[in-house]
Write a new protein. Structure first.
Length: 241
């Protein structure tokens, strides 16, 4: 059997707090959007998607493409997602479809994290910074407003990235670099081109450079103890003059 990803994440990691918090949440608003007869059921379990977005936003990741990438590359994200990798379109659609419910849930979780002490050690990231460590400030924060701002930021980031990358994730390798054989072939050809360009540049410098003719009399210093060093000094002196 392959190793369990859950064994790779220490007990004290934030991901367990997020998953435990999701387990305590009322997620009926998310399930209500799907038919009870099984038709039109979500591609991914809503509780998993809620946990994924909560963990990503708590870590400061707003981009759906960034979350998709993390579900492949980051062990904690893979634990949340159950070793699945929803694509950015699915993540973006879930956020858009359940934006109001997410705002309410995330608002509650932010307040819970702040009062549980996660904010005081700078664990939960919001609006590009960290929640203030000042408990009195935390107690008066409008976490609903913070949650709405985070969701608005995520929507704006996804909109800009959609304009840039279309349906793609944006960091895909060119087709010819996606296999070992293709990479090796491309890298060999690139090295050959680079060597050729360097050789051409070297030849061009030799052709364009002004040659300076030096007439050095070996009899003047070749027999000196300094040998080659004296020859170089004499040549430099002749150039300067």
């Amino acid at each position: 059997m392959p190793p369990s990803l859950r064994d790779w994440v220490p007990e004290g990691h934030l991901v367990w707090t997020v998953l435990d918090a999701v387990g305590e949440l009322d997620l009926s608003a998310f399930y209500a959007a799907y038919r009870a007869d099984g038709h039109g059921r979500p591609a991914y379990e809503p509780s998993m998607m809620v946990g994924l977005l909560l963990y990503a936003y708590a870590r400061g990741t707003r981009s759906a493409r960034g979350i998709e990438r993390a579900c492949v590359e980051d062990v904690a994200y893979r634990v949340v997602a159950g070793n699945l990798a929803p694509d950015h379109s699915t993540i973006d659609e879930f956020r858009w479809r359940h934006e109001r419910a997410l705002g309410e849930v995330f608002s509650g979780v932010l307040g819970l994290c702040a009062r549980a002490g996660l904010a005081s050690v700078g664990i939960v990231a919001i609006d590009g910074t960290k929640i203030s460590a000042n408990a009195s400030v935390n107690a008066n924060r409008d976490f609903g407003q913070i949650a709405r701002e985070i969701l608005e930021e995520a929507a704006e980031i996804d909109r800009r990235e959609d304009e840039l990358y279309g349906r793609e994730r944006g960091d895909e390798l060119p087709e010819h670099l996606r296999t070992r054989e293709g990479r090796r072939k491309a890298l060999r050809e690139a090295k050959e081109r680079l060597d050729c360009e360097r050789e051409q540049a070297h030849d061009a410098r030799d052709e364009d450079g002004d040659e300076v003719a030096l007439e050095l009399d070996p009899q003047r210093f070749v027999t000196r103890p300094q040998g080659r060093r004296a020859w170089v000094r004499e040549g430099r002196r002749a150039l300067e003059n």
